[in-house]
Design a protein around this ligand. Structure first.
Ligand SMILES: Cc1cc2nc3c(=O)[nH]c(=O)nc-3n(C[C@H](O)[C@H](O)[C@H](O)COP(=O)(O)O)c2cc1C
Length: 216
């Protein structure tokens, strides 16, 4: 048995992977565990398409071409949350040695999203387009179960909503049917230990900021 608390603490976003392949048996074990995630009415709305080898490389090429022509936009955030994104950027780009005002290198670093940060496996996380927020929540519970199950097996990940900027490219490269909405990507592989940004501990608010109790 793997230790859940240790897996929760060990999980972090990896932004540079080794080319070392991920054993399919470990991926299958993690997928079998993630399948046990709860979902609204037990509809199990998560749909995952994995690409590795040639399809992965083709997807990378198509996404990179597009991202270079039409730079990715940042997903909108209400103003009250902007500072989190700024703090994260300062930590991640800081660890990469990229200054706050170095727009060119920040843009180049952003492109690594479309190389899946070098991960040998990329998953595309989808859900039926007619489903709603509660079902997206179920997909999220699935994804966290999958990510923790991978972490427990020494496999690193990065959830990548950035990939959803170009859904039509992903759809056409991986033959994803039109009724599936593309929610995000998941880079899967082994962390490059020599990349400083892979050793960041991104801070969190105190629990009391996010959770309140009423009554005793
Ligand atoms: C839904 C979701 C989408 C994310 N998209 C991206 C992304 O596109 N690119 C990226 O580098 N990190 C992405 N991340 C990683 C977050 O930046 C990261 O989880 C957060 O900053 C906390 O850091 P940690 O995962 O290392 O604990 C995403 C995470 C989640 C949950």
């Amino acid at each position: 048995m793997f230790d859940l608390e240790q897996a929760i603490k060990n999980r972090h976003s990896t932004r540079k992977f080794l080319s070392q392949p991920v054993p399919r048996a470990l991926l299958d074990e993690a997928l079998a565990l993630a399948q046990l995630a709860p979902s609204n009415s037990n509809i199990q709305p998560w749909r995952l398409v994995f690409a590795q080898g040639v399809p992965r490389d083709r997807l990378q090429e198509a996404l990179l071409n597009q991202a270079k022509q039409q730079p990715p936009y940042s997903f909108g955030l209400p103003e009250a949350f902007w500072h989190y994104r700024q703090e994260l950027g300062a930590q991640v780009y800081g660890a990469m040695g990229i200054a706050r005002d170095d727009k060119e290198n920040r843009q180049l670093a952003l492109l690594h999203n479309y190389e899946f940060f070098g991960a040998p496996v990329v998953g595309i996380v989808c859900m039926h387009q007619d489903l709603g927020v509660a079902d997206a929540l179920s997909v999220g519970m699935y994804l966290q179960t999958l990510v923790l199950s991978l972490t427990a097996r020494g496999i690193d990940t990065c959830v990548e909503v950035s990939l959803a900027a170009y859904p039509e490219i992903i759809r056409s490269e991986l033959n994803i049917p039109p009724e599936l909405s593309i929610i995000c990507g998941l880079a899967v592989g082994y962390s490059d230990p020599d990349f400083p940004a892979n050793h960041l501990h991104i801070s969190r608010e105190a629990v009391e900021k996010n959770v309140t109790f009423q009554g005793t």
